[in-house]
Design a binder for this molecule. Structure first.
Ligand code: HEC
Length: 195
């Protein structure tokens, strides 16, 4: 029969005497020490990121939610056929009106911040809910911009159509809205020299 010494070793590697007091501490191998240090640091970094992620959830941007069309709505100022209105509402209103249909992930920061900045920028350039507040010259310029950006494909933003597939405009839809914008612009401000 083989005699085996039974040495009580505590979790931290200290050999304990019968009374449970640590009597000898075995030096940890240096490699194992640096490994556990690294693991410790990674854990700390992840814990830090998690805390930061939770903390930023409390910083919520103001919501762009005014569903009722006000007196300055584009439909009060211009004649907007239903099919044109449908395209604008589907593809443009989330960023160019006072009412955004928020996806669930807008609740998650920093995505919500990113969307809010697009909406803020978009409304600054063109707001269909406040269209009536533009003077004729400005309104004509905005309508020209609508036709230009739709024809050029820069609007709706590609980061938007990437998720909102229904906002990808067909050639017919592009033509419909661009023609409407051009016609509405011509009515507002006949171009000088008939050009
Ligand atoms: C995801 C948000 C978003 C959507 C959707 C969107 N836009 Fe924009 N739009 C912007 C932002 C942001 C700007 C500010 C300028 C820029 O960053 O390009 C802008 C600017 C514009 C401008 C002014 C730019 C210029 O060059 O004069 C026009 C016109 C415009 N958008 C038209 C549209 C139309 C029409 C649609 C729908 C077919 C649309 N946008 C959909 C975000 C959006």
């Amino acid at each position: 029969m083989e005699a085996r010494a039974i040495v009580p070793v505590s979790k931290n590697g200290a050999i304990r005497d019968g009374g449970g007091r640590a009597t000898l501490r075995l030096p940890a191998a240096p490699k194992a020490a640096s490994k556990s240090l690294l693991r410790h640091m990674i854990k700390k970094i992840f814990a830090g990121l998690l805390v930061a992620f939770v903390a930023i959830q409390f910083v919520r941007p103001a919501r762009n939610l005014s569903p009722a069309a006000g007196p300055n709505d584009v439909t009060a100022k211009l004649e907007v056929p239903a099919d044109v209105q449908h395209v604008l509402a589907t593809a443009c209103y989330d960023c160019h009106s006072n009412n955004t249909r928020y996806p669930w992930y807008a609740q998650v920061q920093p995505v919500g911040w990113w969307l809010a900045s697009h909406i803020h920028d978009g409304k600054r350039h063109l707001n269909f809910s406040e269209f009536g507040a533009y003077d004729a010259k400005n309104a004509a310029r905005k309508l020209r911009g609508v036709a230009r950006t739709i024809n050029g494909g820069s609007m709706p933003l590609s980061s938007y159509t990437w998720i909102h597939r229904d906002a990808i405009l067909s050639a017919a839809e592009k033509k419909l809205v661009a023609d409407w914008a051009e016609a509405a612009r011509a009515k507002l401000a006949p171009p000088p020299g008939g050009k």
